[in-house]
Write a protein that binds this ligand. Structure first.
Ligand code: HEC
Length: 107
């Protein structure tokens, strides 16, 4: 009996895990989430007071968002935003923004 319960629990954990990683991490999801970011961060890569976040290496992108979430980096705006992002969201955003390249003729 105890074996059955345990293997059921393992199956459930595995199913939840694989569902979230397959269903949620995607470029489409990243693009969808990015609409919240691009009111401030321009997709053109132009910077004013707000830094460019396109064409980043996804690992650094996730590391920076995590640092805001953990309040290791100062910025109330970004701390609030990062606090609401889970791992799947961050990964999708990182992958999506990494595919956006700066335009040569952006002037
Ligand atoms: C209300 C405006 C605003 C929105 C919306 C916003 N950001 Fe930011 N973001 C900023 C500002 C301002 C900074 C610079 C903060 C600082 O001085 O450290 C920043 C910094 C960042 C940085 C670090 C850039 C660097 O060069 O260090 C990343 C990565 C980032 N934002 C990602 C995002 C993502 C992803 C979203 C959407 C989920 C988002 N931001 C939404 C204003 C915004």
């Amino acid at each position: 009996m105890i074996y059955m319960v345990r293997s059921f629990a393992l199956t459930l954990v595995f199913a939840l895990y694989s569902q979230s990683s397959i269903a949620e991490v995607s470029l489409e999801y990243g693009e969808y989430l990015a609409s919240e970011c691009t009111s401030c961060h321009l997709l053109s890569g132009k910077e004013s007071n707000i830094p460019s976040i396109i064409d980043w290496d996804p690992e650094s992108f996730i590391a920076v968002l995590t640092a805001y979430k953990d309040k290791e980096l100062e910025s109330k705006v970004m701390q609030n935003i990062a606090t609401r992002l889970g791992a799947d969201e961050m990964t999708s955003l990182a992958q999506y923004f990494a595919t956006i390249k700066p335009k040569e003729d952006s002037e």
